[in-house]
Design a protein around this ligand. Structure first.
Ligand SMILES: *Cc1c(COP(=O)(O)O)cnc(C)c1O
Length: 495
């Protein structure tokens, strides 16, 4: 039986997997969700003898079921290759009793590479399958890491162009340098005088405006999304949780059928939702730990059932999690409302009108597998420092939020279930925050000096992604107001 994708806001919008990948977002603003989540057709023991690409195929084929075996395997082989700096693609590092799943071995040293290295191939394959002849224009708002990972994935991919908006003062210096030095004639990077939520809202408005869609189409273009609202991002992210479990099994840390905890530093709720989907498909998980930074809207939501974005926005040392509207939470809301698009649409209307909504008790009862925690700036720095002092292992600020939350969780619950912590970025991406967490004295050094200091302390070689940008020329210098976004896009496309 094949899988149909439906919109979270209109049950009459029903598409195939490849159509959902191609469209990114449904016309009325809903997100595509699989009508049912299929169960794995391999056992966890069978996964232990597979490499990453084989696990990827056996997981993704279940959800992207209108891609042929050859199409999907071609996409997987193009994505998970020597762009990654370890042949295993991802690996687990045990430190202080937790298992850090290093998802940052791709081209831009953040976990976004895990999905964005395959999305361009899923998308161009979907266009062919659906006889789409218009050129695909990827439009993306980024809190830092998506932008670069999407640019790296789409640069010079035939039949695509990509426009990235980032909050001009809301990303790390290395994140900004990575983006504005991007090569590729089909790429466009714009700094927005706004925060991430405003950037994301601006992009969503352009996406859902039928007049603009028509104008685009008249010029031979169509929009698609590389944000984590695209199901083509979510599905590849399920893979590494299965892979992680299978490695723990292979290494004898757990026995077949044992449950694990999964702890994810969360912003847009994409990565943790992928782990939840893995659980629904048969991965044995006890608790999903949702770790927030000081923008703790999700922590409050899991506690009270009220989602309320009306609050102060904090710029933190984990900028990729500085988010007050976690877009992918909508998919979870849809599922716990009984896959009811009308109920979900009402919540989302309330969110857009009043900035909040409150779920019902029966919905809240379905969230008992989630544990919401948060870690403030001091706790984040402390988590980096104490892990380093105990073990010599250095984690980035985002991972440190999850690490801090995990330590508090363990102390509170005494739960000693083996726990996988999603390690979402290399510490080299957030060198200044990481190094000053270790010692304030580093604050006086330049960004690239800090890179060399980090290499000495961590004994981990400077990744290629950092070496590359040291002396790279700036290729993108446009800055604009949110009201100018559409004009800038038209400029780039030439109409
Ligand atoms: C994007 C990102 C996150 C948040 O992931 P979501 O899927 O948006 O919840 C966490 N850490 C890093 C380093 C990121 O780039």
């Amino acid at each position: 039986m094949s899988i149909t994708y439906v919109s979270t806001r209109d049950k009459n919008v029903r598409v195939t997997a490849s159509q959902a990948v191609l469209k990114g977002l449904s016309d009325e603003g809903g997100l595509f969700v699989p009508e049912r989540l299929p169960e794995f057709d391999k056992t966890m023991d069978e996964f232990t003898s597979m490499d990453y690409r084989e696990v990827a195929y056996n997981v993704m084929k279940l959800l992207l079921d209108d891609y042929t075996e050859e199409e999907l395997k071609t996409c997987i082989n193009k994505a998970y290759d020597s762009k990654f700096d370890i042949p295993e693609i991802t690996c687990l590092k045990e430190a202080d009793g937790a298992y850090y799943l290093e998802l940052f071995h791709g081209a831009t040293i953040a976990f976004k590479d895990m999905a964005l290295s395959i999305l361009p191939h899923l998308l161009t394959t979907a266009a062919k399958k659906n006889n789409e002849s218009r050129e695909i224009v990827i439009l993306t708002a980024t809190s830092g890491d998506t932008g670069k990972a999407a640019l790296a994935g789409f640069a010079d991919v035939p039949g695509t162009k990509i426009v990235v908006f980032y909050p001009k003062d809301g990303v790390s210096p290395i994140q900004e340098k990575q983006m504005i030095t991007q090569k590729g004639d089909n790429t466009c990077v714009i700094g927005l005088k706004a925060n991430f939520d405003e950037a994301q809202t601006g992009v969503k408005k352009i996406f859902t405006n039928p007049d603009l869609a028509k104008e685009m189409s008249d010029h031979g273009y169509m929009f698609s999304s590389a944000n984590s609202i695209n199901i083509g991002r979510l599905v590849p992210q399920i893979v590494y949780y299965v892979y992680a479990y299978s490695r723990l099994l292979k290494d004898g840390v757990i026995k077949s059928g044992d449950r694990i905890n999964i702890d994810v530093p969360t912003g847009n709720f994409g990565n943790i939702l992928a782990s939840y989907y893995a659980g629904k498909m048969g991965l044995p998980v006890k608790t999903f730990i949702c770790a927030s930074n000081e923008n703790k809207v999700l922590f409050d939501f899991f506690g009270s059932g009220e989602y309320n974005k009306n609050r102060e926005f904090h710029v933190t040392s984990s900028p990729s999690m500085d988010i007050l509207i976690s877009s992918n939470l909508e998919r979870l809301i849809y599922h716990i409302s009984g896959n009811d698009s009308e109920r979900n649409a009402a919540f989302m209307a309330s969110l857009s009108k009043d900035g909040n909504y409150t779920i019902t008790d029966d919905m809240k009862a379905q969230l008992d597998m989630f544990y919401g925690g948060f870690c403030d700036e001091e706790g984040t720095a402390q988590a980096i420092k104490s892990l380093y002092e105990k073990t010599g292992y250095i984690i980035d600020t985002h991972t440190a939020v999850a690490s801090g939350v995990y330590n508090a969780y363990k102390e509170k619950t005494k739960d000693d279930t083996p726990t996988v912590i999603a390690s979402t970025a290399s510490p080299y991406k957030f060198t200044r925050s990481v190094m000053t967490a270790l010692d304030k004295k580093y604050d006086s050094m330049g960004d690239f000096e800090l890179v060399d200091e980090l290499e000495k302390l961590s004994k981990v070689k400077v990744p290629k992604a950092i070496d590359e940008i040291r002396n790279a020329p700036v290729r993108h210098d446009i800055v604009c107001e949110p009201s100018e976004m559409w004009g800038k896009i038209k400029n780039f496309l030439g109409f």
